[in-house]
Structures are given as structure tokens and as C-alpha cells.
Design a protein around this ligand. Structure first.
Ligand code: AHM
Ligand code: MG
Length: 370
């Protein structure tokens, strides 16, 4: 069993994170467990909450709900090869039932698990053009949930990993139904963020501003168990990860940066390359092995000159997880967590991983592209 010792992260770049903590207030003692402890995600979240006496428990319950989302989607994905689950939207299966694609199923599941709890003011999903209000018959709460229900879902048909990405903010509006402004907050306001990776095993990785922690689903128990306490990105980078098939569409700075990673300019030894094309999988590997993932701005599609990934549903939550693990995320010019969104589906270039590499990318972009 892993020694489940939680240590405070080396630095927290998010002063607003998680339970309220005023400047100058003493940080609580880190949560630690004895070496033979088996720690469920419920226990871990509760222990974290206990270190903040002023916490009301609402966020704790919300994080439980996310874990439940993970278990539910995992159970459906593991059956994805079955003929009645795969298939086009709204096709009819042999029983005459309407078949829903897994990304739609995940989206609907998250909404149905969260709309009635009274914890949320509003939600927004990569799958919906507008905000998702809480139905009138349910009470509203103080948090805002943003999510990409099943990122990389085109990978399901080839049995490659996919993931759910989520972030939680405090509402800005006073009361009643949540608003678009509640959803358009910069990543530095995030209270908690993370992802669920559906790969060879199902993992939930999250941060609430007190380190990045990973839990692996034991499918027999139906529980997420703490397997990766206080993740820190290794200081020695191993892989770079980018869709190099698009390099003809890149700027000179991004191309030169890639040559730098390949050791072509003689500054470093070449890094090995890995790219699944499934963000959560590529990010998770980068987090655990060190290196950089990037999806730069490109000229491939004139409608999206800032690259493919979404600020609110993809870049910002992963940036928070990475920052809490000692890494950094940038759009090539500035910290992703500083960007104030103006649109729910705004896209951004993303460079994320070891700080030195991300800052190197910024340097190349500054030198060659501006
Ligand atoms: P999606 O949100 O439509 O699933 O697209 C996002 C996915 C990411 O998982 C991945 O990083 C990227 O698209 C891959 O794109 P590309 O095929 O252009 O490399
Ligand atoms: Mg996505």
C-alpha cells in the first residue's frame, strides 16, 4: 500500500482556492495518514475539510458528487464495446430503445446528478452553447460547476483513454438563478478542479488548492482509493506531447520551440515524444512523468486561430491541477489562470507541464512571433 502522506504543495498560486483562507491566517496542519492506511476519496475530502473549521461541507458534498459521476461514467465506458452502447446519436438499438452516445450520456449524467442538490447556482458544459440553469423546482446554491463531460470522445471507438474535466467556482451573483458572469471567472478564482481519466484504470485527480491528489477506482469495491498523494511533476522532463502533424500551420516560434525540444538547436538532449490525442491522457502522462503538452495556436482552421482547446472546460482546470503539482500553464504569453474569459466556449493555445519548458515556449514565442 502506498504511504499516504499528504504534504503541503511547494507553492500555491491560487490565493482564492478552496475553503476561505484569509491572508496571514495560519495554514492548517497537512493531512497525514499512517503508512498502512487505505484512504477512500470520501475520507480524504472529509479530512481536508476538517483542517478548515469554517468550511460548511457543501464543497465536500459537491466533490463526492463528482466522484459518483466518475463511478457512473466508468461503469458505462467499460461496456462501450458492447453494440448497444456504441452508435450514432438517437439511433435505435435492438430492443427498440434510443441509443445515446457516451459523451451525451456523460453530459446528461453530470447534470442529473447535480441539478437537484441545492449546491449549485448554475452549470456550463462543453456540450451546451449556453449556461445550464438549475431547474426552477430545485433550490440554488453557492457554487458553479463547469465541465467537459467526455473529452476526446472520438477515442472511444478505438478503446483509447478519455476523460471528464471539471472545475468549481463560487458564484459571484448574490442569489437566485446563477448567471453567465458566474461562469466567466478567471481560473485563479477556482475553488477546485480536476479530471477523471478513464484508461486502463479509472483515476480521479483533483486539487482544491491544497496539493494535487490522485485516486484510483477499485472496481470491485466501487471506491476511489488514494493512490497518488500530493503529486509533484518530476523536475526532469521526459516527454513532449503535441500533434506534430500540424506543424505546417504553426508559427515560427512554436516550430523553433519544437526543434529546441528535439535537441535540434543543440541546447538540450532530445526529449522523447508521445501523443494520444486525448487531452486527459496526454495531460496525466505529462503530470506523472514530467515534460510538456501543448496545443498551440495554428492556421489550420481560420475559425479558431487560437487552437482547439477551451479555456473554461479544458485549459483552466488542468492549469490549476498542474500549478498545484509544481508545474505551470500558459497560453504562450501569460498564465492561463490569469485569463479573464469573455465567452463560454473561448479557445486558447495551451502549453502545460514543467515550468522551465513552458517558460521556454513563452520565450520562443516572444522572440519569434511578436
Ligand atoms: P473534444 O473536446 O472535441 O473531444 O476535442 C478535444 C481533444 C483533446 O482531447 C485533444 O487534446 C485534442 O482534441 C486532439 O486534437 P487533434 O486531433 O487536433 O490533435
Ligand atoms: Mg473537450
Amino acid at each position: 500500500m502506498t504511504v499516504a502522506k499528504i504534504i503541503k504543495p511547494r507553492y500555491t498560486n491560487n490565493e482564492n482556492a478552496f475553503y476561505p483562507q484569509k491572508e496571514g491566517e495560519n495554514m492548517s496542519a497537512p493531512v497525514t495518514y499512517s503508512s498502512d492506511s487505505i484512504v477512500t476519496i470520501e475520507r480524504h475530502i472529509l479530512e481536508e475539510q476538517k483542517t478548515y473549521p469554517e468550511a460548511t461541507g457543501v464543497l465536500t458534498s459537491l466533490l463526492y458528487d463528482i466522484a459518483l459521476v466518475g463511478k457512473y461514467i466508468a461503469s458505462r465506458i467499460s461496456r462501450a464495446g458492447l453494440v448497444d452502447i456504441l452508435g450514432a446519436t438517437s439511433s435505435i438499438n435492438v430492443q427498440g430503445e434510443v441509443v445515446m452516445r457516451l459523451d451525451e450520456l456523460a453530459d446528461e449524467t453530470i447534470i442529473r446528478l447535480n441539478q437537484h442538490t441545492g449546491r449549485l447556482a448554475v452549470m456550463a458544459s462543453e456540450e451546451h452553447p449556453d449556461i445550464i440553469p438549475i431547474p426552477e423546482q430545485y433550490p440554488t446554491g453557492k457554487y458553479v460547476l463547469l465541465f467537459d463531460p467526455l473529452d476526446g470522445s472520438s477515442n472511444i471507438d478505438v478503446n483509447a483513454p478519455v476523460g471528464t474535466i471539471f472545475s468549481i467556482y463560487r458564484r459571484i451573483s448574490e442569489e437566485g438563478p446563477g448567471t453567465l458572469s458566474d461562469c466567466l471567472q478567471p481560473g485563479k478564482n477556482m475553488v477546485a478542479g480536476g479530471y477523471i481519466l478513464f484508461g486502463t484504470s479509472t483515476m480521479l485527480v483533483y486539487t482544491s488548492g491544497n496539493g494535487t491528489h490522485g485516486f484510483t477506482l477499485d472496481p470491485m469495491l466501487g471506491e476511489f482509493l488514494l493512490s497518488h498523494p500530493n503529486i509533484q511533476i518530476p523536475s526532469k522532463p521526459k516527454y513532449y506531447s503535441v500533434n506534430q502533424g500540424y506543424d505546417i500551420y504553426w508559427s515560427e516560434g512554436v516550430r523553433k520551440f519544437t526543434e529546441y525540444l528535439q535537441g535540434k538547436d543543440g541546447q538540450i538532449k532530445p526529449l522523447s515524444s508521445r501523443y494520444i490525442g486525448s487531452l486527459v491522457g496526454d495531460f496525466h502522462r505529462t503530470l506523472l512523468t514530467g515534460g510538456i503538452f501543448y496545443y498551440p495556436a495554428d492556421k489550420k482552421d481560420p475559425k479558431r486561430p487560437t487552437g482547439k482547446l477551451r479555456l473554461l472546460y479544458e485549459a483552466a482546470p488542468l492549469a490549476f491541477v498542474m500549478a498545484q503539482a509544481g508545474g505551470y500553464a500558459s497560453d504562450g504569453h501569460q498564465d492561463i489562470l490569469e485569463i479573464v474569459p469573455h465567452d463560454l466556449h473561448q479557445r486558447v493555445p495551451l502549453f502545460i507541464g514543467n515550468r522551465e519548458l513552458v517558460e521556454k515556449a513563452e520565450e520562443f514565442i516572444r522572440t519569434y512571433d511578436t
